[in-house]
Design a protein around this ligand. Sequence first.
Ligand code: 48F
Length: 260
Amino acid sequence: MSIENVISSAIVRTFSEKLVSHLEVDVAIVGGGPSSLVAAHDLAKAGAKVALFERKLAPGGGTWGGGMLFNEVVVQADATDILEDLGIRYVPIPNAEGYFTLDSVEMASALIYGAVHAGAKIFNAMSVEDIIFKEGKVGGLVINWTPVERLGMHVDPLTVVSKCVLDGTGHPSEIMNLAVNKAQISLNTPTGKILGEKPMWVDSGEASTVDNTQEYFPGLFACGMSANNVMGGYRMGPIFGGMLKSGRKVAGLILDNIRQ
Ligand code: 48F
């Protein structure tokens, strides 16, 4: 066999095996932002079978660019245990006890590496365009290649069956929108609908991101800014403790759910 054939057939075969073995999983995660990457890490480390689908070529979501492309972010003391677990270094901010800066590129890459090495499979350049909603239950995802989505090609998708779905799509809460508008699901919010993100209020947003991280319909969870948007929390900008803690919280909730 020629080396050209060796390379191409090895890539096609190993990718196909990876995808086929993740068409049915415990947890299907949508979006590879900081909250869902922590969730993927914790879930996989605890033994759950996890597939994460990220629309962009590079997972990491809003982590890479820090604040206004200054590639540093801030994390609070109560989330440094998660940084330690993932081997991410941080530096105290002078005169601001309990706050640290860290390199956003180190954080993004360590979160991705941590999730993959814990056993989660990340499928990049794939977009989730719908949910499986069967007999009143959320049963998985409908996926397609991002270039198909972006070019508006008329190509049917494939599906991933899962026990739980996690919406980690950030500010737009894409999966929750599909649940409300297409599946007519009434979410576990005061109106049953998405309440919508409020403007910036850093400390309120940080606390509410964690509080709002929950199961919003049987088998359908939200974390990070998606959860905050669903429940009408405030935004917080380039401080990431709440995102990391939200990912850890939702992993615990999902593990309890799938173990029952
Ligand atoms: O927005 P994002 O980083 O999610 P997050 O974990 O973190 C929010 C922070 O980055 C920041 C903030 C912190 O202070 O406010 O915004 O809540 O990442 C969401 C990821 O989901 C992907 C998207 O490309 C991004 O990488 N995504 C969104 N919709 C889809 C998707 C979809 N339908 N299919 C696949 N990926």
